[in-house]
Design a protein around this ligand. Structure first.
Ligand code: PMV
Length: 313
């Protein structure tokens, strides 16, 4: 059997992170320029039930029998075994490599989860619907995030911009114009599970204030949905910056992210905000294409080299 190779994209949240955990809407976009690659090679020489997991980006290179019990590959095999009543999954070696920086709000864990599910399903000769891929990937996301809203695995599975409300069917959004965005990495790593737990704690202590911030976020996202569909680029940018201000109040921004937002706005961005859990990771700036070189120059002058331009629609 030849090697099986599959890819999964990255993502960015355009509006509504954190509020989405509490049932408010959010908008996420696939980032097609960032990909995870999963390769499976059958391991005919090894005895039954021997699965080698090689994922250098997340520091794993071992047989799953030597890894902690709740490792992502073991959980994935478990999902397949139960869903399809499998008696035996042949031995294989799975390698995962990703262009998506870990702990940076660009969907690295969701992308790895989707890639693993797609690779195993092909290896088993199963044709999984996107719904099924998404359902399994959500189960894997729970290993990292505890209480994920499901937006990350959904946007990575469908590779479409989506308006998402927890537990509801996603709505796909198609814009009449391309949106040029620049993703700028603060270089600060942050763990989503930890930031989500801090927000939860804050919500328990200051429920009225936090609920009202989530509600305002929900209203911004609703407006953004209409504006996105109409292709009103400047207005969409304004809403992004408004969303960033709310994220500051929610307590998930840090000076490094605020600085990147300011640099982008000073270089003519329509709007900019942190994306993902915050406390580190990336800023997403919506730009006029012509202004991107001056933003690139301003960033480089300040020693910031980890950024890239991509287009969403
Ligand atoms: O940091 P990321 O890219 O995993 O994004 C997390 C988004 C949150 O809304 C903070 C959490 C969630 O589960 O939706």
């Amino acid at each position: 059997m030849p090697a099986i190779v599959v890819h999964a994209v990255g993502k960015s949240i355009l509006f509504g992170e954190h509020a989405v955990v509490y049932g408010y809407p959010a908008i996420a976009v696939p980032i097609r320029d960032l990909r995870t690659k999963a390769t499976i090679i059958p391991n005919i020489r090894n005895e039954d039930h021997s699965y080698f997991f090689n994922a250098p980006d997340i520091g794993i290179s071992d047989f799953i029998s030597n890894l902690p019990e709740n490792n992502i590959l073991a959980r994935a095999l478990d999902l397949f075994t139960h869903a399809y009543n499998l008696k035996h999954i042949p031995s294989f070696r799975l390698t995962i490599t990703s262009q998506i920086p870990v702990a940076s709000g660009l969907g690295s864990s969701a992308s790895i989860s989707v890639a693993i599910i797609r690779a195993i399903s092909q290896f088993l000769g199963l044709k999984l619907s996107n719904e099924r891929v998404n359902e399994f990937a959500y189960e894997l996301e729970k290993l990292h995030h505890g209480n994920p809203s499901g937006i990350d695995n959904t946007v990575v599975t469908y590779e479409n911009t989506l308006y998402y409300v927890r537990t509801k069917e996603p709505q796909f959004l198609h814009s009449p114009v391309p949106y040029h965005v620049v993703l700028i990495n603060s270089g600060v790593k942050s763990l989503t599970a930890q930031v989500v737990a801090e927000v939860k704690d804050n919500k328990e202590k200051n429920s009225q204030r936090m609920n009202s911030l989530f509600k305002v976020t929900g209203n911004i996202t609703e407006m953004a949905k209409t504006v996105f569909l109409e292709g009103e680029v400047p207005k969409l940018g304004e809403l992004m910056t408004e969303n960033h201000k709310i994220l500051q109040e929610i307590g998930v921004s840090i000076p490094e992210l605020d600085r990147l937002v300011k640099i982008a706005l000073d270089c003519g961005a329509y709007g900019a905000k942190l994306c993902g859990a915050g406390k580190g990771g990336n800023v997403i700036a919506l730009m006029q294409e012509e202004d991107i070189p001056s933003l690139a120059q301003a960033l480089e002058t300040q020693g910031i080299n980890n950024f890239f331009h991509t287009v969403i629609q």
